[in-house]
Design a protein around this ligand. Structure first.
Ligand code: KG4
Length: 342
């Protein structure tokens, strides 16, 4: 190891994935993610079960990340962890572990905002893979199970939320609509798959009328629920007989809502450098719609690698790296925040 190299251990435990990653000078050396299957039978994440699973997973996951990176523990320059937003019990596990690791190794501790991590995932370099980061300033559509935001990113650590959901996130809309159709949790990927063989214009659902660049998805969810309830009264097999069209139509509506505000943000800010982040950015319909718009309106669209769009510690480590360069460290008295802004 070169004495000037900066090696960051990143820890992510904000929801139901326990993850650890090693990044050296911005280049990924390892990224280990342990998913929690325990929530599947409940149709959503159970906070108490999530924090228990994090406790079981955290040591083996960190150990594996260090092994996979092929480094020695004493080569780590700092430990970066997700401070929030997220589930408090889950965050406490990662935070406590990171504090202990930093104290034992005598290295700095860096707190990371999970949302900032999602955005900076675009700057993760991979060995021998061409690096194609966005240029500042850029707009990032951050869509996940807990967030739907449009972020104006001026620099690595300078970003501003210019629009966000006032109720449910886009991922919640996918998951809740999937749940009422009887699909397993998380429903987003199932809707995506089934939508491929459906007609997106078969059924029409309500669009919210919200000011500015903000989003709302709770009305759509209710509309979908009542629509199904009424149709099921007429035909008890309505869902099975129309599953593909239902998935295609609800997906089409969610994408339209997301893109209308993004297009407005591009128009008003004049920024045509566009990126996406968060679990919902895996949606194939959303990716296609973004590509079509990018071609039509001449946007420079940058879509991150799939594994860095979901919750992962590589994005926390890369944010930790930029904070390390700025010497933005935090003391041992740090506590996690369930709710926090960018
Ligand atoms: O960022 P993420 O991994 O973590 C949380 O914020 O919890 O996002 C998870 C969300 C879930 O709502 C999931 O249904 C959604 O991302 N998701 C998708 C797809 N893949 C994951 N939604 C639609 N289409 C997909 N292909």
């Amino acid at each position: 190891m070169n004495a000037n190299e900066i090696t960051i251990l990143g820890i992510e435990s904000s929801c139901d994935d326990t993850s650890a990653a090693i990044i050296r000078d911005g280049v990924i050396l390892s990224n280990v993610v342990a998913n929690q299957k325990v929530h599947e039978e409940y149709g959503g994440v159970v906070p108490e079960l999530a924090s228990r699973a994090h406790q079981q997973n955290i040591i083996p996951v960190v150990d594996l990340a260090i092994k996979n990176a092929g480094i020695n523990r004493n080569e780590i320059s700092a430990v970066a962890f997700t401070r929030g937003p997220g589930l408090l019990g889950s965050l406490l596990v990662g935070t406590s572990f990171a504090k202990g690791f930093s104290l034992a190794a005598g290295i700095p501790l860096i707190d990371v905002n999970h949302l900032q991590g999602h955005v900076l995932a675009l700057f993760i370099k991979e060995k021998e893979v061409p690096f194609n980061p966005p240029n500042f300033p850029f707009l990032c559509l951050l869509v996940s199970g807990g967030n739907s935001q449009i972020i104006l990113v001026r620099d690595y650590l300078k970003m501003e939320v210019i629009g966000q959901t006032i109720d449910d996130a886009a991922g919640e809309a996918f998951d809740k609509c999937a749940k009422v159709m009887g699909l397993p949790y998380p429903g987003g990927p199932h809707v995506d798959r089934l939508a491929k063989d459906g007609d997106p214009l078969k059924f029409e659902f309500t669009r919210p009328r919200i000011q500015g660049f903000d989003y709302s998805f709770s009305g759509l969810k209710t509309n979908f629920l009542y629509f199904l309830r009424d149709r099921l009264k007429e035909n008890e097999n309505f869902i099975e007989e129309n599953l593909n069209d239902l998935c295609a139509s609800i997906q089409y509506t969610i994408i339209e809502i997301l893109l209308n505000k993004l297009k407005r943000a591009v128009k008003e800010t004049g920024i045509k450098e566009i990126t996406i982040a968060g679990g919902v950015s895996a949606n194939s319909g959303l990716r296609n719609a973004l590509k079509v718009n990018a071609e039509k309106y001449r946007w420079n669209l940058i879509i991150p690698k799939f594994e860095y769009t979901m919750d992962n510690a590589a994005m926390i480590a890369i944010t930790g790296y930029y904070k390390y360069l700025n010497k933005e460290f935090i003391g041992q008295n740090v506590v996690p925040f369930a709710r926090t802004k960018l």
